[in-house]
Design a protein around this ligand. Structure first.
Ligand SMILES: *[C@@H]1O[C@H](CO)[C@@H](O)[C@H](O)[C@H]1NC(C)=O
Ligand SMILES: *[C@@H]1O[C@H](CO)[C@@H](O)[C@H](O)[C@H]1NC(C)=O
Ligand SMILES: *[C@@H]1O[C@H](CO)[C@@H](O)[C@H](O)[C@H]1NC(C)=O
Ligand SMILES: *[C@@H]1O[C@H](CO)[C@@H](O)[C@H](O)[C@H]1NC(C)=O
Ligand SMILES: *[C@@H]1O[C@H](CO)[C@@H](O)[C@H](O)[C@H]1NC(C)=O
Ligand SMILES: *[C@@H]1O[C@H](CO)[C@@H](O)[C@H](O)[C@H]1NC(C)=O
Ligand SMILES: *[C@@H]1O[C@H](CO)[C@@H](O)[C@H](O)[C@H]1NC(C)=O
Ligand SMILES: *[C@@H]1O[C@H](CO)[C@@H](O)[C@H](O)[C@H]1NC(C)=O
Length: 295
C-alpha cells in the first residue's frame, strides 16, 4: 500500500473528496433508469423475449413505440392496429415480421360490428404472399358451397358466404362484407368446393403476416453507439436513444447538446419530465461513478 495515503495532508484530502462525493446522490452512479429498463425483454403469453419496438408487461412504453404496445391478458397477446384488436401469434425479430389474427373473428364468425382489416402503413406492410378472404354477410339467393350461417340476438338467421379470388359467388347478392388477409396456402384450402366452416375458422386462426418498420436505421446507430432504443413520446415518429448516462436524441454521443430533457411518457400516456440537462451536465463525460482520486 502507498505509505503516502496516511500522510495527514493526504488523509485530509481523501476525507474531503469522499465527503463531497457522498453528497452526490447514489442514482448518478448507476446506469440511467431508462437505459436499464429498456434492457428488459418481456414475454407475453406464449411469446418470449420481446424487445424493441414492442413494449408491454414490465417493459415500459418508452422502450418501444406507441403502435407496438402489447397487452397480455391471460393467454392472449393483443395488439391494437387502427383501433381494432388483433391477436399476436408470432413475433420474429430477425425478419421483423409478426403474425396476427382478427380477434373478433377468432371468437365468432358473426360479430355485430363489421370492419375491414386495415393497417397503419407508417408502421406495417402486408407480407407479399397474402390474398383477400371475403366474408359476405346477409345474402339472398343460395348456393350450397362456402356458406356459413349467423344467428342474431333476436333469433333470426342470416345466410353468409366466404370467398377468395377463386370462388364464384355470382348467384348471390349480399349486403355487407369484410376483407381479411390470408396466406396463399390458406386461400387454396378455402377455394376448394368442399371447404367447410371449420376450415374457415382454422384459416382465420392461422392469421396473416405483417412486416414492421420502426426507426430501424436510427435504432441500429443507437445500438452501435452503446445505447438502447425507445421513443421520447407517444408520437409514432419520435425516437430516443437511452444511454448509460442519459437519453439522447439519436446516439450516445457525449458531444450532442440539448438532448437530456427527453419528455418521458408512461404507460398511461401521461407525460412527465424526468431528466433535466443541467442535472446531467454534472456527470457529463463520466457515465459511471468518478473514480476516487488520491493525492
Ligand atoms: C433484434 O434484432 C436486433 C438486430 O438484429 C438485435 O440487435 C436485437 O438484440 C434483437 N432483439 C431481440 C429482442 O432479440
Ligand atoms: C401461441 O399460441 C397460438 C395458439 O394458442 C399459436 O397459434 C401460436 O403459434 C403460438 N405462438 C408461439 C410463438 O408459440
Ligand atoms: C370492406 O371493403 C369492401 C371493398 O372495399 C367494401 O365494399 C365494404 O363495404 C367494406 N366493409 C366494411 C365493413 O367497411
Ligand atoms: C384486397 O382487397 C383490397 C381492397 O379491395 C385491395 O386493395 C387489395 O389489393 C386486395 N389484396 C389482394 C392481395 O388482392
Ligand atoms: C360463375 O358462375 C356463373 C353461374 O354458375 C357462371 O355463369 C359464370 O360464368 C361463373 N363465373 C366465373 C368467373 O367462373
Ligand atoms: C362480397 O364482398 C365483396 C367485397 O365487398 C364484393 O366485391 C362482392 O361483390 C360481394 N359479393 C356478393 C355476392 O355480394
Ligand atoms: C414528440 O417529440 C418530438 C421531438 O422529439 C416533438 O417534435 C413532438 O412535438 C412531440 N410530440 C408530442 C405529441 O409530444
Ligand atoms: C457527435 O456529435 C457531434 C455534434 O453533433 C458530431 O460533430 C460528431 O461527429 C459526433 N460524433 C460521433 C462519433 O458520432
Amino acid at each position: 500500500m502507498d505509505p503516502n495515503l496516511f500522510r495527514p495532508s493526504c488523509v485530509f484530502m481523501n476525507m474531503l473528496i469522499i465527503s463531497i462525493l457522498s453528497h452526490v446522490p447514489m442514482f448518478l452512479c448507476q446506469d440511467n433508469e431508462q437505459y436499464a429498463a429498456c434492457g428488459n425483454l418481456f414475454h407475453c403469453a406464449n411469446i418470449s423475449s420481446i424487445g424493441y419496438p414492442f413494449s408491454g408487461q414490465d417493459r415500459p412504453a418508452y422502450c418501444g413505440h406507441s403502435g407496438f404496445r402489447l397487452s397480455c391478458i391471460g393467454n392472449t397477446p393483443l395488439i391494437t392496429i387502427q383501433s381494432e384488436e388483433y391477436r399476436v401469434l408470432e413475433i420474429d425479430n430477425g425478419t421483423q415480421t409478426l403474425k396476427v389474427a382478427r380477434e373478433d373473428l377468432l371468437n365468432n364468425l358473426c360479430p355485430t360490428i363489421l370492419y375491414n382489416t386495415t393497417i397503419d402503413f407508417n408502421l406495417f406492410s402486408y407480407a407479399s404472399n397474402l390474398q383477400n378472404l371475403t366474408l359476405n354477410y346477409t345474402c339472398t339467393g343460395t348456393q350450397a358451397e362456402h356458406q356459413f350461417d349467423c344467428t342474431g340476438n333476436d333469433g333470426t338467421t342470416t345466410i353468409n358466404y366466404f370467398s377468395t379470388a377463386d370462388t364464384n359467388l355470382s348467384v348471390v347478392t349480399c349486403d355487407d362484407s369484410v376483407l381479411v388477409p390470408i396466406s396463399q396456402t390458406s386461400a387454396q384450402v378455402l377455394a376448394s368446393p368442399k371447404a367447410s366452416v371449420n376450415d374457415l375458422r382454422a384459416v382465420i386462426g392461422r392469421g396473416f403476416q405483417l412486416e414492421w418498420s420502426a426507426k430501424d436505421l436510427s435504432c441500429e446507430q443507437c445500438i452501435q453507439s452503446g445505447g438502447r432504443c425507445g421513443s421520447a413520446n407517444s408520437s409514432s415518429t419520435s425516437f430516443a436513444c437511452y444511454c448509460t448516462d442519459r437519453p439522447y436524441e439519436l446516439t450516445c454521443n457525449k458531444t450532442q447538446i440539448g438532448t437530456g430533457n427527453v419528455e418521458l411518457y408512461t404507460n398511461s400516456d401521461s407525460t412527465k419530465a424526468v431528466n433535466k440537462v443541467d442535472l446531467f451536465t454534472f456527470v457529463r463525460g463520466s457515465s459511471h461513478c468518478p473514480a476516487i482520486v488520491v493525492c
